[in-house]
Every structure is written in C-alpha cells, then in structure tokens.
Design a protein around this ligand. Structure first.
Ligand SMILES: [Zn+2]
Ligand SMILES: [Zn+2]
Length: 166
C-alpha cells in the first residue's frame, strides 16, 4: 500500500497547567508508543524532540516547528510557548527540580521549577528539590517521569514533600 498522506491517528494528550515541554513530550510519546525520533519524523521537524526533552534549547525552537508539532497533536503553537520560560527568564536545564506538594496536586513537571531565579515553591513554601529526599539520587529528565517516583529508591515525589520543609 502506498502511503496516501493521511494523518496518522494519535491519542490526544491534554497539557497540564504550567507543564514543561519535556514532560509533555514524554507523555505524548509514552501514550502513543513513539520514540523521540519517531515523533519528530511524524511532525516533520527532524531530530529535535530528544534535545527539547533534555531542555537543550540551543538552537531555540521556532514558531514553524511548534506549528508543525501542534498540527500533528492538535495543540496550538501558543500553548507550546507556555511550556518554555517566558522571554527574559533564564533557565537551568539541570539539575531537574520539583516541588513534591505541587506534583501531588497535579502530576507534572512545571517549567517554572527550572527558572534560574526560582529556588522555592511560593505556593507551598517548600524549597524545590534537586534530588530525592530519601536516597539523594538526581531526578531524571521530566520526559522520563513515568510514574512520579524516584528512579532509584521508588519514593513518590508526593511523599518527598512531607520530608522537606524550608
Ligand atoms: Zn508547590
Ligand atoms: Zn530516591
């Protein structure tokens, strides 16, 4: 059969409020059993997905890339821009940080946790974690946060919040 150019059918994944690009792309891929290069290929944007998932944003994503990806996934390009720091806000791609209390309420990695200027969660008055409060392992990139647990000791991110206070 010749490929007739029909859009492949994908499961729709709704972004969470404040969700980071890495975490969202990881959910899209795992829901649809796609590799990073497979998703890039479907969207026609090449091999950028794996880099974006690591927050390696040099060169920075372009409007055309977000439009192409958005067309495939049914998401507006504006929505993608909110998954990255706003203009003028510096970003750290490592260590990956999190607020366990936020995660408990909304199971996603929030882009604001990677802002250079951010070191605590104002909502919960908790210091952002840069490693597991139990075993001190560093967190994986958000695209690989399948179940919201430490990759080494399996403690849930939500539980970590109860161990750490400012
Ligand atoms: Zn929080
Ligand atoms: Zn751990």
């Amino acid at each position: 059969m010749v490929d007739s150019g029909i859009q492949p059918w994908l499961f729709n994944v709704e972004p969470y409020e404040g969700e980071s690009l890495s975490h969202f792309l990881g959910r899209v891929r795992s829901r649809n059993h796609l590799t990073a290069s497979g998703l890039g290929q479907l969207a026609g944007i090449g091999a950028v997905v794996a880099r974006w998932e690591r927050f390696h944003l040099n060169p920075y994503p372009t409007q055309a890339q977000f439009e192409a990806l958005g067309k495939l996934l049914g998401i507006s390009s504006e929505r993608f821009w909110t998954m990255l720091p706003p203009q003028g806000e510096g970003m750290k791609c490592e260590p990956i940080r999190l607020c366990g209390a936020c995660y408990k309420e909304s199971p996603c990695h929030r882009i604001e946790w990677q802002f250079k200027s951010r070191w605590k969660c104002d909502l919960h008055n908790l210091k952002l974690l840069a490693k597991c409060s139990n075993c001190e392992a560093r967190f994986k990139i958000p695209a690989l946060w399948e179940d919201g647990r430490c990759n080494r000791c399996r403690m849930s991110f939500g539980e970590m919040a109860t161990l750490e206070r400012l």
